[in-house]
Design a protein. Structure first.
Length: 413
């Protein structure tokens, strides 16, 4: 790190009330870290003029640059531009060029007059070159410090930060080195377990200092192992990432690591099926179509995914998939589901799940009990799990676990 720091200020009373989760600050913080900029403070403040000004002044006192997120909309409680002007000691100026750009966003629709507020810029501030929506971003000098203001809409914020703000901050900080990260995604091991297995590599990196390794817990999406490297050229940094990501993979193995390019489990499964010329179908009970939804959210899934049978009721399992009489939360039931969906939908491989997500037991089977199966080359492998989670997490953990079971079989095929 450089000693140069950036503070993040998120504006909006809805953030304090918990009506909206502040994911923007974490996104900005992660991307500042990736380019080597320290961020020691992140602050949330409501839509109150005096408190916004106080927070901005405090941030400028203790940080080199400040990124303010939110409060650039057209309504009366969007106060960011006004408070930046007051901190700068200047007036707001209506920019005709911005009026035209904002009007153009509305196409043939009439532009509400209050959108003119978004064309008001503190005198002496610059408008960021990137403007994905109707809210212009700002670069406002305050003495030898700078405030960057970006919208709270995540996709607008991300584009502005990535294309306009981060390059400018890097230049101000005098950062010329290239910093890149590679994210390896894992499933099936705890964070403490990963830390123990990678302890020697972490210690080696601490001494080497050319790369760092961090764990990012992602709930039902697994644990991410992020390798970050710094060098003077793209070639050098890519070589470092190849080296250290390769070491991590050799230690953990393919059973644990399902992607070394931050791909989702469903993307990896679809790619494996595609490379092997296989079609895929799912038979779902307690997940209620969640697995199929995740697969079809991936562009191009249609050349692999045949479809899903959501056999929620016991009679549907029996009538459509050939599940025999008896318990439907059982190895026999999930095996029949995996075979039946291949037959009914004409798929080469399949996965199936049945279980009790809660809130009540079923057929004497306790909540959290799940049976999962995969069918590859006509051979079914089944396993059971007992999740000590709430209903939604039972569904989510079952989804990624059965996808991982299929992934492992396809890798070994």
């Amino acid at each position: 790190m450089t000693g140069f720091s950036c503070e993040i200020v998120a504006v909006g009373t809805e953030l304090l009330l918990g009506q909206i989760v502040d994911t923007n600050s974490s996104w900005i913080g992660a991307h500042l870290a990736e380019v080597g900029i320290d961020s020691h403070y992140q602050t949330k403040v409501g839509d109150n003029p005096e408190r916004i000004k106080a927070v901005l002044r405090q941030a400028l006192d203790r940080s080199d640059v400040v990124i303010v997120c939110g409060g650039l909309g057209p309504t009366q409680d969007d106060l960011t531009r006004d408070m930046i002007a007051e901190v700068m000691g200047v007036e707001l100026v209506l920019r005709d060029d911005l009026v035209a750009r904002i009007q153009a966003r509305f196409g043939n629709r009439p532009m509400p007059e209050n959108n003119l507020r978004q064309a008001m810029v503190p005198e002496g501030a610059e408008v960021l070159s990137v403007m994905p929506g109707t809210a212009p971003g700002l670069r406002a000098p305050v003495g030898d410090k700078v405030i960057y203001a970006v919208p709270g809409v995540p996709w607008e914020m991300e584009q502005m930060i990535g294309e306009a703000v981060l390059p400018d901050i890097k230049e101000r900080a005098g950062i010329t080195a290239i910093i890149k990260s590679r994210t390896l995604r894992t499933w099936g091991e705890s964070e403490s377990g990963l830390a123990m297995r990678l302890a020697e590599e972490i210690e080696r990196l601490d001494h080497d200092r050319r790369a760092t390794l961090a764990f990012l817990a992602s709930g039902a999406e697994g644990l991410k192992v992020r390798v970050t490297a710094k060098a003077d050229s793209e070639a050098e940094v890519d070589a470092l990432l190849d080296e250290h990501a390769g070491i991590v993979r050799s230690i953990l193995g393919d059973d644990i690591i399902f992607s070394d390019d931050d791909e989702s489990m469903e993307q990896v499964v679809l790619d494996l099926c595609r490379r092997q010329g296989l079609t895929l179908a799912t038979a779902e009970s307690l997940t209620g179509g969640l697995i199929g939804a995740r697969l079809t959210a991936i562009a191009g899934a249609s050349d692999v995914f045949r479809g899903a049978i959501v056999s929620y009721a016991a009679e549907v399992k029996r009538d459509l998939l050939g599940v025999p009489q008896g318990p439907v939360v059982s190895e026999g039931a999930v095996t029949a589901m995996a075979l039946g969906v291949c037959r009914v939908l004409g798929a080469d491989v399949s996965l199936a799940v049945t279980g009790v997500a809660g809130p009540d037991p079923q057929e004497g089977v306790p909540v959290g009990t799940v049976w999962m199966a995969t069918c590859v080359d006509g051979v079914v492998e089944a396993s059971t799990a007992k999740w000590a989670f709430d209903r939604e997490r039972v569904r989510q953990y079952t989804t990624i676990s059965v996808l991982n079971a299929l992934r492992r079989r396809l890798v070994a095929r």
